[in-house]
Design a protein around this ligand. Structure first.
Ligand SMILES: CC(C)(COP(=O)(O)OP(=O)(O)OC[C@H]1O[C@@H](n2cnc3c(N)ncnc32)[C@H](O)[C@@H]1OP(=O)(O)O)[C@@H](O)C(=O)NCCC(=O)NCCS
Length: 323
């Protein structure tokens, strides 16, 4: 079992709680029946669930059951446990960005002045609040692994803006990436290996061939056209999130050139990075995963360095939400 790491938020809130929703234990996508994750990963999840719930009644938590890694205190669930990361493990945290006003206000204490200034630049309050929650959640999640207060973390940006933790704040060598769309945010966390995540709200009006021709590679456009029309919107966002996750993993953003690589997507296709220019060896340096199940109405993807990863999904719970 993993060693507990205490949350830096505990002393502030008096009642920090985390509920881990083990959505990653599904072995089939509930909608299309496609494999969600390799079987090996699903088995690993299931055995972890059994281990962690064995203390209560020994029963494994069922599909999408709630796993509470907790210490009880009154009615609140207090947890100072975040599983430590082992090499090769990737933790995917899902974030509900649509927090009540009071919860958003509370989370502002996690953000330094520069991030609050960035938030203030949004014209609409809804976008400002989503930004505050996403960035506070990122700090709370990373702080929990590092046993550091969220507001104490310092970030640096790579040459194309990819955020990284300052080495002094990062004795574990954590790597991470954040994505947000609509009401949902997602953070991927790993050890040493670079990674990129992308989550996108599915919007049928956006998923047209014209957009695909502009952003996808010629091979991907052909693959999209071959998908039955009733599955095209889903396929479009599969391709989009996989491409985004790759350029975010590399950290190069759009400067990489979206037609310089192909991803596999669509019904029956195993998620994969197929071909990367100019150095084809890049395709085997990275592993592409579909994140399934993604939140309803969203598609999500992960690209991470190496192979044979163990993925775990969790739902972040705002530790400062008023009772
Ligand atoms: C960052 C970028 C790579 C992705 O942006 P996006 O999809 O709009 O936004 P996401 O929510 O997935 O990711 C944003 C987060 O990624 C991180 N990020 C910023 N620059 C990054 C980079 N170069 N590499 C990786 N991550 C980066 C930041 O944490 C950022 O959060 P913030 O804006 O709140 O600070 C963007 O610069 C970009 O190039 N977008 C391209 C959009 C596009 O046309 N995609 C076509 C896909 S087929």
């Amino acid at each position: 079992m993993h060693a507990p790491a205490s949350l830096g938020t505990e002393r502030r809130s008096g009642a920090v709680f985390l509920i881990f929703k083990m959505v990653g234990c599904l072995d089939r996508h509930p909608k299309d029946g496609s494999p969600a994750l390799p079987d090996r990963i699903c088995r690993r999840h299931t055995s972890e669930l059994r281990l962690q719930t064995g203390g209560r009644n020994g029963k494994p938590v069922g599909r999408s059951g709630l796993l509470r890694c907790t210490f009880m205190s009154g009615e609140r669930i207090i947890s100072s446990q975040v599983p430590a990361l082992a090499p090769g493990e990737i933790h995917i945290w899902h974030i509900d960005l649509a927090q009540p006003e009071a919860a958003v206000a509370a989370l502002r204490v996690f953000l330094p002045r520069e991030e609050l200034e960035r938030a203030a630049r949004f014209h609409f309050a809804v976008h400002r609040d989503r930004f505050v929650v996403a960035h506070a959640a990122l700090r709370s999640i990373l702080g929990s692994y590092l046993n550091a207060a969220p507001e104490s973390l310092k970030f640096i940006a790579g040459s194309h803006g990819k955020p990284d933790l300052e080495p002094q704040s990062n004795p574990l060598g954590l790597t991470f990436n954040l994505s947000h769309s609509g009401d949902r945010g997602m953070v991927g966390v790993a050890l040493q290996d670079q990674l990129g995540v992308d989550i996108e709200q599915i919007r049928a009006d956006f998923a047209g061939c014209e957009i695909a021709e502009r952003f996808f590679s010629p091979r991907e456009v052909v693959a999209l056209r071959a998908v039955p029309s009733d599955l095209q919107v889903d396929a479009f966002f599969e391709c989009w999130t996989r491409k985004e996750a790759f350029i975010k993993a590399c950290g190069q953003g759009l400067s990489f050139g979206l037609d310089n690589f192909d991803v596999a997507f669509g019904p029956g296709e195993v998620p994969a990075l197929l071909h990367v220019k100019p150095d084809p060896r890049e395709a085997s340096r990275w592993k592409l995963y579909n994140i399934a199940p993604a939140p309803e109405g969203y598609k999500a993807a992960l690209v991470v360095e190496g192979a044979d990863h163990v993925l775990q999904q969790r739902e972040w719970v705002n530790p400062l939400a008023p009772a």
